[in-house]
Write a protein that binds this ligand. Structure first.
Ligand code: WT7
Length: 672
């Protein structure tokens, strides 16, 4: 694993220690935490069991963790039954939080008076009632019951919360598909899961424009076999939404027919019952559906909401992630509500209509705990400090970031400019597979010295480490691979870890360190003398564009589905804002000649056939691509050329001239 460890070209300040003289948080010596962490790992089952007891179970478990039916898939709290909608709603409605605000939702539009045109607030009671009514509909009008599957293709509207919580109430396993994904992405997920029902919206608002979502959903539905019923949330003011009689129903029309008194008792859900399946990209093949169960997942969310976000009843919590991503599942919908927090939801983009929209939101609602991303931070840095400084941020007390490595200067900006050196700032490491945060500062537990750009130490009970190829821990400052050595609640769950594909699950995550049983995360990381972990980027060919995970294979497949493209190789190059961006090297089919129009066309093709987030920032035409003798594209070489780095081992390269092709194509467009 050669190469200096750095994040976006900035070296890692291992020795810097920033301490906060903040009495709100317990300060602890690093060595003391490491010792208590080691004992938490030794008694991990005991720890998770103590945390599980803090939740409400309809039926107690027999065993904390037991072997599942597939290798590497464990059952957590087997024998136990609980219900995540009960944890998120009924528990509060039956107690002191009944009339506490659960959600403050703000639409994107700003009125003439400068105030948001639409704000909707839900107390726990309001949300509980709506969830009951929608669950009633799902159950009685649509015949949905525990074990059924549904797909959700919605923007950030309050109805999305109602839909997910109602599904959880019934034990209907759901998959959320990001509203920026194409019809192809939607239909392939629906088909893989076998969803019977789709909940979508007529459209969404983005930068003052309306995008029709129903048109895309309709296209997807042409390619699905399983969905027979569609519920459509009314969001945009369009007369053109086509509704297919007998299949499509308006959400609001349906809900008008359900009395306020409608109730659905929360089903007892077996702890290892799949709450949801979320698709994410790997290096090869189609996106894989990661399964998250009910009990273990709830316990991990409970622990991390307490430790990482230190949620108190006086807090206003805001994580602007979309429900289409795992962050939206764990730390927008379920985590905050299980803890009884007041959460802010904002529908739109961070710079609409002005670059200070986020700081406005923080000021307007007095946000105290803020969970952001490095890409958003770097965008804000570019807009400038004035947009931040003109808004009151005195309510902020904790800031965390997620999704990709945070470069030290972006960390400093969050710490100094946004948090005014008052707030602990962290970078929480985790991934779709882990279900919740694994490596992080833990202000809710104690405060260790901060370092700009680090993820910090593993959370209690999680045995994460940085190891070399053989699985041995690396020395101070050395680059290695991030692994998790033990099992944890919330990890990909029963029955198969990966939906329908237990072999791929085992291969992808457990083959690399098979003899040791480590979970291989696919990230490069560095560990310093204090034991702090610094995740520096992906070690495989997964792209991280603005924190979004994009598979090279998926992106290449999208490109070669264009009529002009016969082969494509996609690699990522560093980008000062988005962390990295994809560029594509494309071999054209006979009869097509390189042109500027074609470049644009292919980029647009990816936008509409895959997703705008995956659009290559540049398309280069070549006559051939570097391949191994067995015909595999050598992306590693393409990347080395684009980064101007040494090629390394080229023993398996079939045709050296192909590397020159890539070089010429790259330089002719880049050095101009
Ligand atoms: C990958 C997982 C976790 C929710 C959002 C992304 C990268 C994530 C960090 C961080 C450095 C990070 C890793 C990881 N990543 N958080 N704080 N520091 N890298 O979930 O789409 O499943 O992506 O995101 O590369 O493997 P995801």
């Amino acid at each position: 694993m050669p190469g200096e460890a750095e994040i976006l070209g900035e070296s890692l300040p291992f020795e810097e220690r920033i301490e906060l003289p903040n009495w709100a948080y317990r300060r602890v010596d690093i060595e003391d935490y490491r010792a208590s962490h080691a004992s938490s790992v030794r008694d991990a089952a005991g720890q998770w069991e103590r945390l599980a007891k803090e939740l409400f179970w309809q039926r107690p478990w027999d065993k904390v963790v037991s072997e599942g039916d597939h290798p590497h898939v464990s059952k957590w709290f087997e024998g136990g039954a609980l219900n995540l909608s009960q944890l998120a709603l009924d528990r509060h409605v039956d107690g002191d939080r009944r009339n506490k605000l659960a959600l403050i939702w703000e639409g994107e539009a700003i009125g003439k008076d400068g105030a948001p045109s639409e704000v909707r607030k839900f107390t726990y009671y309001d949300l509980w009632r709506e969830v009951n009514r929608f669950a009633f509909l799902l159950k009685n009008n649509f015949g949905m019951k525990k074990g059924d599957k549904m797909a959700v293709y919605l923007p950030m509207v309050p109805e999305a919360f109602v839909v997910l919580l109602a599904a959880a109430r019934l034990g209907v396993t759901f998959t959320v598909v990001f509203s920026g994904f194409s019809a192809e992405a939607l239909s392939s997920r629906i088909n893989d899961l076998g969803a019977k029902l789709l909940v979508t919206a007529d459209g969404l608002n983005r930068r003052g424009k309306q995008v029709s979502l129903k048109d895309i959903a309709d296209k997807a539905l042409e390619q699905t076999r399983t969905v027979s019923q569609v519920i459509v949330v009314r969001r945009i003011d369009s007369k053109d939404t086509s509704m297919k009689a007998g299949r499509d129903y308006w959400f609001d029309d349906l809900m008008r027919g359900v009395p306020a008194s409608a109730r659905v008792e929360p089903e007892p859900i077996e702890s290892e019952h799949p709450l949801y399946v979320l698709y994410t990209s790997g290096t090869t093949g189609k996106p894989k559906g990661m399964i998250h169960d009910s009990g273990g997942y709830a316990v991990l969310l409970h622990a991390t909401m307490k430790w990482v976000f230190d949620i108190k009843d006086s807090d206003v919590y805001w994580c602007p992630a979309d429900i289409g991503w795992v962050t939206g599942h764990s730390y927008v919908v379920f985590g905050p509500l299980i803890e009884g927090a007041t959460a802010v939801i904002y529908e739109g983009t961070l710079d609409f209509p002005q670059p200070d929209r986020w700081w406005q939101v923080i000021e307007r609602y007095g946000v105290s705990v803020f969970y952001t991303t490095p890409t958003a931070t770097r965008m804000q840095m570019r807009f400038g400090e004035d947009f931040v400084r003109k808004h009151d941020r005195s309510s902020l007390r904790i800031i965390h970031s997620v999704g990709e490595p945070i470069n030290p200067s972006a960390w400093r900006w969050l710490f100094e400019v946004v948090g005014e050196k008052r707030c602990p700032v962290g970078s929480t490491w985790w991934m779709t597979e882990t279900g919740g945060i694994m490596v992080s500062h833990l202000p809710g537990l104690m405060l260790l010295p901060m370092k700009p750009g680090t993820n910090g130490l593993p959370i209690p009970g999680i045995d994460a480490d940085v190891v070399d190829d053989k699985g041995e821990p690396v020395k101070h400052g050395e680059k290695g691979l991030l692994v998790i050595k033990n099992k944890w609640p919330g990890m990909p769950g029963a029955p198969t870890g990966m939906w329908g594909d237990p072999e791929r699950y085992a291969k992808q995550y457990f083959e690399r360190f098979a003899s040791r049983g480590y979970f291989y995360c696919g990230d490069y990381a560095v560990k310093d003398n204090d034991g702090y972990i610094w995740v520096a980027g992906r070690a495989d060919e997964v792209l991280k564009v603005a924190g979004h995970r994009i598979g090279t294979f998926e992106l290449e497949s999208s490109i070669v589905s264009h009529k002009a493209a016969s082969e494509a190789a996609v690699v990522a190059i560093p980008d000062p804002i988005k962390g990295e961006v994809p560029i594509a090297f494309v071999v054209l089919r006979q009869g097509f000649a390189p042109s500027e129009e074609l470049r644009k066309e292919i980029r647009l093709w990816v936008r509409s056939n895959f997703s705008p987030i995956a659009e290559p920032s540049q398309v280069y035409f070549v006559n051939k691509l570097p391949k191994t003798r067995s015909g595999k594209i050598m992306r590693r070489l393409v990347k080395a050329v684009a980064e101007g780095k040494p090629l390394g081992d080229i023993a398996t390269l079939e045709d050296e001239a192909s590397v020159d092709e890539v070089k010429q194509a790259y330089e002719s467009l880049t050095v101009s």
